[in-house]
Design a protein around this ligand. Structure first.
Ligand code: GDP
Length: 425
């Protein structure tokens, strides 16, 4: 099997974790290449139900090597908490099956504080951050004002480096936000606790990946969030602070020479969005509440109710383009089984004109959805495993979608469990 990336096509929460968990049986290595603990991948398998935030979803398969690449926001405290949760449920995590890039930058304790302070300053203009410190972290990374994980092995130099960052960051904390300054003692405590715990897993993962590639091993690249949250191609400024697209996978994973032939885009059978920003096809009232309940659309990290709407063809087609997806996995089709008629946003109306191009972010707030309805199937499809056993209406919905967005739907997921899948190839 060639190298493969599993990416989100929309706003995130499409069910990528579930797809990665399924795919891992055919891969030797799973790499997370961007993002941090600000979103959750839900995985249900024989070990139980897990909301993974930073750990690659391959952690549950024996023999799979999981890597946190240099592109991730490595938060030692949250990572260790997550590792403990998974370990407590009997899953094995060792320096053999989890490897952390020595070139990954560390999310420092003040990044979470800065996120909180900035959201407080913005008050009603806030972006709906998950307050995990991701935006302050990536800003500092690009200013070269963080610590690389590998620096933990150079204690003398590390102390000096941290002291200079401390002096610089305290200026922002105290003078801009009027907050308490950090002290070296607090940072040392952080080093002794959280950082010491993850240290055994840190190594030169770039060298490992190169060897794995040369040996013909199969590598799976796991993305967080979706196209519309990509820093460069998403709905600015309501994006995340990293690149969620498959094109970034070689850089953020530590294998710049990687060729990714197969890009599996994950699309939910309807739309959901967490946080602020334009969401053209948003539903409100009872209609929204029913869909939210049917799909259990509450954030894995925050528990916040997600905004919901019908599948948005305009946004999805754009998402497919941005990811250069070669095939699609459509998830949560079972959730729509209660509907008599299934709404789909086929176009946008912008300044009185119908368009199927995804508009510039500033123009999105003026776009209105054009909705068409498809016949529902009104029966439980969660036990279906073969395409030909799906009701005709469900087949029509899927074939319409793949044609409309211009990419084949090769996987149809009808439940959260590992085997609740219809494979069409
Ligand atoms: P991710 O971040 O893209 O991995 O997505 P999330 O984990 O945030 O959200 C997907 C949710 O949908 C999780 O609770 C999954 O267990 C669940 N899920 C995934 N696929 C299906 C499906 O086909 N049907 C149903 N009913 N639930 C699903």
């Amino acid at each position: 099997m060639a190298n493969c990336a599993i990416v989100g096509i929309n706003w995130g929460d499409e069910g990528k974790g579930r797809m990665v968990d399924l795919f891992t049986k055919n891969f030797d290595v799973v790499v997370r290449f961007q993002g941090g603990g600000n979103a959750g991948h839900t995985v249900i398998n024989e070990h139980g139900k897990f909301a993974l935030h930073l750990l690659p979803s391959g952690i549950f398969r024996d023999g799979v090597v999981n890597i946190l690449g240099n592109g991730v926001a490595l938060d030692p405290e949250n990572l260790w908490t997550e590792m403990r949760d998974v370990l407590d449920k009997g899953v094995k995590i060792t320096p053999e099956n989890l490897r952390i890039s020595d070139r990954a930058s560390l999310l420092l304790p003040w990044h979470r504080d800065l996120d909180e302070l900035e959201e407080r300053r913005l008050a009603d203009k806030k972006f709906g951050s998950t307050k995990q410190g991701i935006a302050p972290f990536y800003s500092d990374k690009y200013q070269k004002k963080t610590i690389l994980a590998g620096e933990l092995f150079y204690p003398e130099e590390l102390k000096e480096h941290l002291a200079s960052l401390l002096e610089w960051k305290n200026l922002t904390l105290t003078k801009v936000y009027g907050a308490e300054p950090y002290t070296m003692e607090r940072l040392e405590e952080w080093l002794q606790t959280a950082c010491e715990k993850i240290k055994p897993y840190i190594c030169d993962t770039g060298a490992y990946l190169k060897e794995a590639q040369d040996a013909g091993k199969h590598i799976l690249f796991e993305a967080q969030l979706g196209s519309l949250r990509d820093l460069d191609y998403g709905i600015h400024p309501y994006t995340t602070s990293s690149n969620t697209t498959a094109a970034y996978a070689p850089i953020g994973s530590g294998l710049p020479s990687a060729r990714i032939m197969d890009v599996v885009g994950v699309v939910k059978a309807y739309s959901t969005c967490v946080g602020e920003g334009p969401f053209v096809c948003e539903m409100f009232g009872d209609e929204a509440e029913e869909l939210r309940k049917a799909g259990f659309e509450y954030g894995a990290k925050t528990g916040r109710p997600r905004r919901v709407g019908p599948l948005d063809i305009v946004a999805t087609r754009y998402g497919v383009e941005v990811q250069a997806a070669t095939e699609l996995a459509l998830t949560k089709l079972d959730v729509l089984s209660y509907l008599d008629k299934i709404p789909v946003c086929t176009h946008y109306l912008l300044k009185g004109e119908q368009t199927d191009r995804f508009p510039f972010p500033t123009a999105l707030k003026d776009a209105k959805p054009v909705i068409e309805y498809f016949d529902g199937w009104k029966c439980d499809i969660s036990g279906v495993r073969r395409w030909e056993d799906l009701p005709k209406e469900a087949q029509e919905y899927v074939t319409y979608l793949e044609k409309a967005v211009g990419c084949p739907i090769t996987y149809v997921s009808v439940g959260p469990e590992r085997d609740s899948i219809i494979i069409r190839k």
